[in-house]
Ligand binder design. Structure first.
Ligand SMILES: [Zn+2]
Length: 550
């Protein structure tokens, strides 16, 4: 074995293998983690004694590419991305794909999932993902408000037709999983509905939101897609929506389901202001239902821009846009999108409550393997604020001190002041590494076992966890040094992560005819091929992952 690098003497956190801060050496060669080699074959030794060593971090839900992201760029030129990067605005230009890759790498992230790829935007989303350096990326395809699916359901074509359509979509869009946003909501919006309950029918199709959810969830399970259906629940942002969330958990009927940014769906409607935390009820339901996973969508204070396929929600919220502007869009026959800037204020009652609800969820869900670290970037806060969120989870004194500066009426209502739990480094390694890899079906990462890709982040311990996790001391991507002492030294291309091809089905002919009749674009515009990405000489690299046996 030649060319082995030895990371010597670090405190290793590798939950997949039960390693909790043990002092160990880690070896890698040709981009992979390897067993300790025989003497004399180590060509490079890096002393990380006293430093913390983890696998590269994985973000399962961050909006970094595609139509809505670019609409956000378009309508907020004056912000120039400072709301995304929490930094002074550059004199010229806006935040770029290059910044996205560099800033994730600085924090020790090596894989990021773009969670809202509308099939008609898939090629654009992948082109943009391919333009982000360093990190590996994947997309989740969005179905659920598309006319084709709703027709399949209305015409009672059966579950196998839905399975075929989902399989075709995942393969054509080269996505790693499937997402549904307020199931049927963007379609109902086009018929002037301004809310949609779980058991309400989408106008024209006579199909309930629940039926759409169930059909997509079954398809994902039957096709063996590792990542459970990624569900953005109905009634996002509305007081009392905790009931919808609990009903959605029941609707999963024992099958795996992932609930995304549940902070925005954990609101009760009690109290003098008619809104309160529903986090304890949601956490209790997650604790009791082991087939349910969730990511939080934590809110942090400051300027951001909210971008969502939940066009109904965005339309209803447009009066609170800050600065006052918004874009509400229908996209082909598929869905919609809404973009509006927003500023979370620490003295605002509702914003303080949102902040507290997110943290309650993190701390009241017992199993760190089933609650995931997200801000729904940039919706709750841009991903560059993650170090601050890590400190809030790991340092109860800091959390209490921050709470004391917020809106007192909301602070009085939250359970947070009674919760003393602090995340350990091991918990953090679970929720940002090991659990995301397991949830997304990516066995080659999120851990430091032999054969894993050598995506490794090294941090210098600091009592201020925000400082500790803002800048990796070392980051290796596929064994290459990317970051040293917080400085980005190299910007290689990342890989596109997809599922192994799902057998093509007879549904393509039907889709061809349907697209010719109803779409402005042809079906071929949806199909993504890695050769379309990158350059002719150097097409986008693709790593395909196995499906589970259904
Ligand atoms: Zn999102």
């Amino acid at each position: 074995m030649a060319g082995v690098t030895k990371l010597k003497g670090g405190r290793v956190y590798d939950p997949q293998h039960g390693v909790n801060g043990d002092v160990r050496d880690v070896y890698f060669c040709d981009g992979l983690i390897v067993a300790p080699p025989s003497a004399g074959t180590i060509v490079n030794e890096i002393d990380v004694t006293g430093l913390v060593v983890m696998a590269g971090a994985i973000d399962i839900h961050s909006h970094i590419a595609g139509g809505n992201v670019n609409t956000a760029r378009l309508i907020t030129p004056e912000l120039r991305g400072q709301h995304l990067f929490n930094m002074p605005a550059p004199k010229v230009g806006k935040w770029s794909t290059r910044d996205t890759g560099r800033r994730y790498a600085k924090m020790g992230y090596t894989t990021v999932i773009e969670p809202a790829v509308l099939p008609s935007n898939a090629l654009h989303a992948h082109l943009e993902l391919a333009d982000i350096p360093i990190i590996d990326t994947a997309g989740l395809a969005v179905l659920g408000s598309d006319d084709f699916l709703l027709r399949l359901l209305r015409n009672k074509r059966g579950q196998s037709a839905v399975d075929d359509y989902v399989a075709w979509t995942l393969h054509a869009t080269r996505c790693l999983g499937l997402k549904v946003i307020n199931a049927g909501g963007a379609s109902a919006f086009k018929f002037n509905a301004r809310s949609l309950q779980l058991d309400e029918e989408v106008p024209f199709y006579g199909v309930s939101s629940r039926a759409i959810l169930n059909a997509l969830q079954r398809a994902v399970c039957r096709l063996g897609v590792p990542h459970p259906l990624h569900v953005h629940c109905n009634n996002l942002g509305l007081p009392g929506n905790v009931k919808t969330t609990l009903d959605t958990i029941k609707a999963a009927d024992g099958l795996p389901m992932h609930l995304t940014h549940i902070q925005f769906n954990s609101y009760g409607d009690e109290g003098t202001r008619g809104v309160c935390s529903g986090a304890a009820r949601v956490a209790e339901a997650i604790n009791a239902n082991t087939h349910i996973t969730a990511d939080v969508g934590q809110v942090l204070f400051g300027q951001t821009v909210t971008i969502s396929g939940d066009v109904m929600r965005q339309f209803n919220a447009r009066s609170v846009a800050s600065p006052k502007k918004s874009v509400i869009a229908d996209i082909e026959c598929e869905g919609g999108g809404g973009v509006l800037p927003y500023s979370y204020q620490p003295k605002n009652f509702v914003n303080t409550l949102q902040w507290a609800i997110g943290l309650e969820l993190f701390l009241l869900v017992d199993d760190p393997w089933r609650i995931f670290f997200t801000t729904d970037s940039p919706n709750g806060a841009p991903f560059t604020r993650y170090p601050e969120l890590i400190r809030l989870l790991m340092d109860a004194n800091y959390r209490d001190a921050t709470l004391a500066t917020l809106n007192p009426e909301a602070a009085e209502m939250t359970l947070l002041k009674e919760i003393k739990r602090e995340y350990s480094l091991y918990d953090l390694a679970i929720t940002t590494r090991a659990a995301p890899a397991k949830l997304m079906g990516l066995p080659d990462r999120g851990h430091l076992g032999i054969g894993a890709i050598a995506d490794i982040a090294v941090y210098t311990p600091n009592d201020d966890y925000a400082t500790m996790f803002a800048d990796a001391t070392w980051l290796f991507k596929n064994g290459e040094v990317i970051v040293k002492n917080g400085e980005v030294l190299a910007e290689p291309s990342g890989q596109m992560l997809s599922l192994n091809p799902i057998a093509s089905s007879g549904i393509e002919n039907e889709l061809q005819a349907y697209f010719a009749d109803y779409f402005t674009m042809s079906l071929d515009n949806i199909k993504v091929n890695p050769r379309m990405l990158g350059s002719d000489a150097c097409p986008r690299g693709e790593t395909m992952f196995e499906r589970r046996t259904p």
